[in-house]
Ligand binder design. Sequence first.
Ligand SMILES: Nc1ncnc2c1ncn2[C@@H]1O[C@H](COP(=O)(O)OP(=O)(O)OP(=O)(O)O)[C@@H](O)[C@H]1O
Ligand SMILES: [Mg+2]
Length: 473
Amino acid sequence: MTRKSILIVDDEISIRKALTKALERENYNVKSVKSVAEALAVSKEVQYHLMITDLHLPDGDGLNLIRAIRQSNKEMASIVVTGFGSVESAIEATKEGVFHYVTKPFNIDEVNVLVGRALKHEELSSENKHLKQALHKKYNFDNFIGDSSAMVNVFSIIEKVADTSSTVLITGESGTGKELVARALHYHSSRADKLFIPVNCGAIPSGLLESELFGHMRGAFTGAVANRMGRFQAADGGTLFLDEIGEMTPDLQVKLLRALQYQQIEPVGSVKPIEIDSRIIAATNVDLEKAVVDKRFREDLYYRLNVIPIVVPPLRDRRGDIPLLVNHFLNIYNDEKNCDVIMRDEGLMNILMGYDWPGNVRELENLVQRMVILKGAGEIEVKDLPSKFFGNKNIDIPYLVDSAKLSSSIDEFLNLVLPDDGLDLKAVVNRFEDHLLRQALNRTNGNKNKASELLKMNRTTLVEKLKKKNLSL
Ligand SMILES: Nc1ncnc2c1ncn2[C@@H]1O[C@H](COP(=O)(O)OP(=O)(O)OP(=O)(O)O)[C@@H](O)[C@H]1O
Ligand SMILES: [Mg+2]
């Protein structure tokens, strides 16, 4: 551990000498000066962990000096020494965030104890700052990848609504990044310094969820041996993330609605409501509108949650993001696992872009992580991919170009080298066209309007083509 550095500011030479000697004995790096001007000058050179200053100095006052140095060294701890130990100056000192105070004449052992405590405080607050910085870094947009128009739209909504207290409902398939959106909202808001508390409503047994959310009083039920704070309260001033909200039971939906309406909660077993100020973000991968129609989810709660809707699109609808995500995860896992794996084969990337990713970004992240670990170093090749990437029965390339005896992947098809004995271009192009037309129909459940939009052609041309080719869903 590095030695802590301490700055002593006092105009009395005997005090400077006594403190320096005592603290050097404790193995601190000590510098002593006699005025505000000198203290400001040396603080420009060194970021001291702690300053011990006299309250009254010949050219100014100790509290102003602390304030000035803290502008560039926020975590610096401080101890104020004064001959006038008045209550007023003690209170004023506390307002400046100075929690340690000694009056002259002091005992050097007492100062030693205070120095230890003040430095511990400084350490915790700078640790806290680093932790927060790490979290902010993780959830800023640099690590939230996507330049597809759908994701750019999501980012712009996040920026617009992050710093409001509006409730947000995030919907999207599993693994699309809903929690990432929720965290980005929190870390882009003025609540960022408070807690982000996630609750997975689907993973906590319904009997326990109420007390988990609202807390309980001692004796409220068997096993409630002490009062317990709920997550609503833990997120006070911060953000409460209600994940898988669609799984919440009807009776709890009523209680949640009431909490949102009145911004108050009642711990289980208590009749005394508690005011709460937590921002609510909910997420679901089920169709809540349908759940409302089916009477599984309360309509009034749905509208209360759905003030700002954010829809995170499935990865197969933003395939252009796939190469960016692959690179992002390669960097992360190469770093984390100390590996050196690269991926530059276009054919391989085409396979990844052609795959439908039912598990969305999480599935892609897991794949990259696994390939980095298994490969360790070097270039990932098509043959390193798991077999699920080659299971598409629709693509029947050998049928197209018998003589080429190509393997059955669309990407090898795209990388097709003209075989020595040639091929029937019309047949190949036709098959390729059939393949894409069929995919468009499949994906839109046979809706020809949507299919024609996907293929950027007009509907009449599509209908004619399908008729001519005798293709249907
Ligand atoms: N756009 C993105 N950029 C970088 N990483 C992403 C992105 N989207 C998702 N991820 C990563 O993918 C994983 C899954 O994301 P997340 O947990 O947010 O999904 P989810 O929608 O909440 O899934 P589920 O519905 O299963 O809970 C996480 O590790 C997340 O960091
Ligand atoms: Mg999630």
